[in-house]
Design a binder for this molecule. Structure first.
Ligand SMILES: [Zn+2]
Length: 242
């Protein structure tokens, strides 16, 4: 019986969020010890994806890619390459809109359209999604769950989007890193590629294992039906289930 739920927030990005109350997506942690998940948003990218995959391969690390449907449509060969090398592929919407600005049907369309695109190229149907810029509200979470999509945010941000200094990214990631953290990075950033080998080396030295989101989180369908989210202020925490 599952007794705990992990709730992933985004302490470093909270200024982006303007929802009055926190709605926390729910997933169930799988029993993995000393695990860290690396996630890369916004790909596939024609210039960067292959180089990123090479860095991961050289270091024997598996990661999770939250891909954007319009990029998948333009660069399907890079999506298939991500799959071929054994990484997770998950949903980051088709057009990368801020989901709270859409109506319920619009939210569903964004997620379904990307799912179809990913399935067409890989045969795989993603279950997890990450809302662009981490922006969501009650409507977004409920609309997504009505189609079986579970939101996954992050607990550590490299703050790499638009960044140029690899050392800053490295420090952002490694500062206060702990078991079960989900690290947010981006697919199309040169400084991220430069920072990555050092980040991976340090995380391994601290004794963590790299896992994919599908290793770290298991979806409990029954639970998702009953207790899909709770309200809480910004703060990562573990909820004991009665
Ligand atoms: Zn994004």
């Amino acid at each position: 019986m599952i007794t705990k739920l992990f709730l992933f927030l985004f302490p470093l990005e909270e200024k982006l969020i303007d929802v009055p109350q926190e709605i926390v997506p729910v997933a169930v942690p799988a029993p993995v010890k000393k695990a860290i998940a690396l996630t890369f948003d916004d790909g596939p990218h024609p210039e960067f994806t292959l180089r990123l995959l090479e860095v991961l391969d050289r270091n024997s690390v598996k990661a999770t890619f939250f891909v954007v449907g319009k990029q998948v449509r333009k660069y399907p060969e890079f999506l298939r390459e991500i799959q071929k090398r054994g990484h997770d592929i998950e949903n980051h919407t088709f057009n990368h809109p801020l989901l709270p600005s859409l109506d319920r049907e619009g939210v569903i369309r964004e997620l379904e359209r990307n799912k179809v695109e990913i399935k067409k190229q890989t045969g795989f149907e993603p279950v997890f999604f990450r809302p662009p810029s981490g922006r969501y509200d009650v409507k977004v979470i409920e609309a997504a769950l009505s189609r079986g999509f579970i939101a996954v945010l992050w607990s550590v941000s490299g703050s790499d989007y638009g960044a140029t200094d690899p050392e800053n990214i490295k420090q952002n990631v490694l500062f206060q890193l702990k078991d079960g953290d989900i690290i947010l990075l981006h697919s199309g950033v040169e400084a991220t590629l430069k920072a990555l080998p050092g980040i991976i080396t340090e995380i391994k030295m601290r004794g963590f294992e790299f896992v994919k989101i599908s290793d770290l989180l298991k979806v409990d369908n029954e639970l998702a039906k009953k207790e899909t989210y709770i309200y809480k202020n910004f703060k990562p925490f573990i909820l004991e289930k009665k």
